[in-house]
Design a protein around this ligand. Structure first.
Ligand code: UDP
Ligand code: MG
Length: 331
């Protein structure tokens, strides 16, 4: 993908694009779209709703087609199978044409009443991204407790002071969704991805949260394991993608030097003791020696990994895409 240019000043067909990823949410859709319509027309905002059917096996798609016949604000995309919420968001983002892009869940847990204020925070207060914060949650304890832990770890690693990273209700300046890519299970970390891409003005708004009215949750506890692994990947990739040797080389050097120092110590101890005719164990009889050997080998392997990573990055098609924010006297 070539580096997108952020500097063009496009005109926007609509003020607000709302992206809704959904999996088996047929019962909620009519109510959701009606509710969005009521709130946004009340506030005089022009909008479009992009419904992304992530491979539903119920009648969600039929419902979308039916709704779209009478409601020109609705657009729909249907995956051939279930790819996950991140994939749905990524594809939805590509179709947006609004000045501001909001995302929300389809299950009526997020309230459309929040949309106008989120829109204003982006356009008037200049935020790049505003994340909802479900301060008062209506979810079972088995979910809220691990979530607290998850948010704490993410805050600590990313340095972004948000209470609720995984809230489905978020608003973005259009430039953010043009420039980031969401894949795997990365939807939980869009603020982190955005920050690493240079969008630093990240805010938070307390939002209403409802109990799920229809259907069931689509995520189990595995979300926390995968989530944590994803956080490590994002942190690594965003820091070292362009310079993998700095990471592998540093680790390799520490390991290699440590191993060498221990070996040197063991050998010189042996030489010293033999020189003074004192009894000395063989170097190879000491457990520390094996530790040192392992450290040297791991060090060398990390170095080789670093070189390979540099070669791969050198050949990568993306090695020179940088996000350009503005230009003057240039097209
Ligand atoms: N979702 C999706 N693809 C998936 C799983 C979920 O598009 O593979 C949608 C789902 O339909 C809902 C939103 O993502 O609109 C959030 O899912 P859910 O409400 O199940 O998550 P929870 O609120 O329990 O965190
Ligand atoms: Mg939900």
């Amino acid at each position: 993908m070539p580096a997108p240019s952020l500097s063009k000043r496009p005109s926007f067909p609509v003020e607000l694009s709302i992206v809704v990823p959904l999996l088996n949410e047929a019962e909620s859709l009519p109510e959701l779209t009606r509710w969005i319509h009521r709130v946004l027309t009340q506030h005089g905002l022009t909008y479009e709703v992009i419904l992304v059917d992530d491979g539903s096996t119920d009648t969600s798609w039929e419902v979308i087609e039916e709704l779209a016949e009478t409601d020109t604000h609705l657009r729909g995309i249907r995956f051939n199978r279930n790819y996950g919420k991140s994939a749905a968001l990524n594809v939805g983002f590509k179709e947006t044409s609004g000045r501001v892009v909001c995302t929300m869940d389809a299950d009526l847990q997020d309230s459309p009443e929040e949309l106008p204020e989120l829109y204003r925070m982006i356009t008037e207060q200049g935020y790049d991204l505003v994340s909802g914060w479900k301060k008062k949650r209506f979810d079972p304890l088995s979910k809220t407790i691990p979530t607290k832990l998850f948010n704490g770890v993410t805050r600590w690693i990313s340095g972004i002071q948000l209470h609720d990273f995984n809230c489905g209700l978020k608003a973005y300046d259009h430039r953010v969704v043009r420039s980031i890519e969401v894949y795997g299970e990365m939807h939980r970390y869009i603020p982190v991805i955005a920050k690493w891409a240079g969008f630093r003005k990240i805010g938070e708004k307390v939002v209403q949260h409802q109990e799920r009215k229809y259907g069931t949750t689509k995520f189990g506890l595995e979300r926390f394991v995968y989530g944590f692994l994803d956080l490590m990947s994002i942190t690594f990739v965003s820091r070292f993608r362009r310079r993998p040797m700095h990471f592998f080389g540093t680790m390799g050097m520490i390991s290699f030097v440590l191993g060498m120092l221990i070996t040197l110590w063991l050998v010189s101890e042996k030489v010293y003791l033999s020189f003074h005719n004192l009894e000395a164990r063989n170097v190879t009889d000491q457990p520390l020696f094996f530790l040192a050997l392992t450290a040297v080998m791991i060090g060398a392997m990390l170095f080789l990994t670093g070189f390979l990573a540099e070669l791969i990055q050198l050949n990568g098609a993306n090695r020179n895409d940088y996000l350009v924010r503005d230009k003057v006297n240039l097209t």
